[in-house]
Design a binder for this molecule. Structure first.
Ligand SMILES: CC(=O)N[C@H]1[C@@H](OP(=O)(O)OP(=O)(O)OC[C@H]2O[C@@H](n3ccc(=O)[nH]c3=O)[C@H](O)[C@@H]2O)O[C@H](CO)[C@@H](O)[C@@H]1O
Ligand SMILES: C=C(OP(=O)(O)O)C(=O)O
Length: 426
């Protein structure tokens, strides 16, 4: 395990290019097995979660090579429909191989991904939906946590989601692409990463209508073709660095940003006092005063404020000139980071039952030793460390590398004093 050391003080200044999107890359990597051939993915982020998806592809008999930030995947020699238990347990998005392997092989064996630090994260919507598409399911193993699915043929049907789950919408689409008939998803997730998966699949020959809306229709096709696709820049990494400017102050230009996916984040950061100017695919964020509080900030499905930005905003609001409330509606355990921020002097009261955090802003945070419970929480603590007085050590910082190519490089290029260090030299 490694830690990140942050020496606080000073504002951020400079220009930075944003990496490719993690949450777009992962489902698309899972989708590559639907085609018996080549996929070329450009602007693919070099992050732990992508490395892990590549490891799973290799376990399945596929190959994957890097050329700079282009990932070249060959799935023609796929020889297994079994994702090993250890691989699934390591990361959530591995569950997306459920739909894509079913589509390709008509069977799949995959373990429950289990809970994680941000919440229980069940997959009942995924399983219930896929069952309706003529797929049988058995639960094997001592703990009945190995899911074995098989089908003679996948048959399209109507699916109503109780909640617009991103993962379930993606798994249904992946299952439906090579099915017989038409699948209609009602109350589908509208996150940009669902749209991006659809765009990729359509480029590869899938038939999908209603991309990016809450009603998606997929007409099954016989096969897909080789495709070259460029991934969008990462909206959450962009938002994280914008939040860093809001907390520490400064003037930063972010290049290669998905400006049109950031409406809610731009709105909220403007409310806290940032001056944000947007171009076609770049933005400039300036902040030269203490953040303003937000009466109520609620995480919601897209286009609402993203849960993946909640921790970073909690850091910003910890420094605000007044009282703010955050309501987390997506993941029940995403307030754990408040307890770490409190070690740095933040004044936060959590009401777990109401999923509510009340934050009374303080003038200054102070450096402390804290722990990253998940990747966004870790990024939020680094931001807090930059804005704080003194030195902050963020332990278990490897989790940040799940989603950020090199957060020390990026924030360092803006003038922050942030560096990785091995835990045993601290
Ligand atoms: C709506 C939302 O913001 N989704 C986020 C979620 O996607 P992810 O796909 O991981 O999560 P879902 O969108 O599926 O989950 C949303 C909610 O539905 C519940 N649920 C989900 C599936 C299921 O089968 N049963 C069930 O009850 C979850 O517990 C959660 O409360 O995490 C990703 C990583 O942080 C984010 O990028 C997504 O934006
Ligand atoms: C929690 C996240 O990702 P995952 O769903 O892959 O765990 C995230 O991107 O903030």
């Amino acid at each position: 395990m490694s830690s990140i050391k942050v020496i606080g003080g000073g504002s951020l200044k400079g220009e930075l290019t944003i990496q490719g999107s993690k949450n777009a890359a992962l489902p698309i990597i899972a989708a590559t097995v639907l085609n018996k051939g080549l996929t070329i993915l450009k602007n693919c982020p070099k992050i732990l979660d992508v490395f892990h998806m590549i490891k799973i592809l290799k376990e399945l008999g596929c190959s994957a090579e890097w050329d700079e930030n282009t990932l070249i995947i060959d799935t023609s020699k796929l020889s297994s429909a079994k994702v090993s238990e250890s691989s699934v347990r390591k990361m959530r998005s591995s569950i997306l191989f459920l739909g894509s392997l079913l589509g390709r092989c008509h069977e799949v064996s995959i373990a429950y991904p289990g809970g994680c630090s941000i919440g229980k994260r069940p997959i009942d919507f995924h399983l219930d939906s896929i069952k309706r598409m003529n797929v049988s399911q058995e639960f094997l193993g001592e703990d009945k946590d190995i899911i074995y699915c098989r089908t003679e043929k996948i048959v399209g049907t109507d699916i109503f989601l109780k909640f617009p789950s991103v993962g379930a919408t993606q798994n249904i689409i992946l299952t439906a692409v090579l099915s017989e008939g038409v699948t209609r998803i009602f109350n589908a997730a509208r996150e940009p990463e669902v749209l991006e998966l659809c765009n990729f699949l359509v480029e590869a020959g899938a038939r999908i209508c209603g991309k990016g809306t809450a009603f998606i229709e997929i007409e099954g096709v016989k096969s897909l073709r080789d495709v070259e696709f460029t991934l969008s820049p990462d909206r959450i990494v962009t938002g994280t660095y914008m939040a860093a400017v809001a907390a520490a102050g400064g003037d930063v230009i972010l290049q290669n940003t998905p400006v049109n996916q950031l409406d809610s984040v731009i709105r909220v950061l403007s409310k806290v006092g940032c001056d944000i100017k947007t171009g076609a695919n770049s933005l400039r964020v300036k902040c030269d005063k203490r953040p303003l509080p937000i009466e109520v900030l609620k995480t919601q499905p897209y286009p609402g404020f993203p849960t993946d930005m909640q921790s970073q905003l909690m850091t910003v609001l910890s420094l605000a000139d007044g009282k703010s409330t955050i309501i987390e509606t997506i993941f029940e355990s995403r307030f754990q980071n408040a307890y770490e921020l409190k070690k740095m002097g933040a004044n936060i009261t959590i009401d777990e039952k109401e999923k509510k955090a009340v934050i009374s802003g303080v003038k200054k945070l102070k450096g402390a030793t804290v722990k990253a419970h998940d990747l966004r929480a870790g990024a939020a603590l680094i931001i807090a460390g930059i804005a704080a007085e003194g030195t902050t050590i963020v332990k278990e910082a490897d989790t940040i590398e799940r989603g950020y190519e090199d957060i020390c490089r990026d924030l360092g290029s803006l003038g922050a004093n942030v560096s990785f260090c091995s835990e045993n030299i601290l």
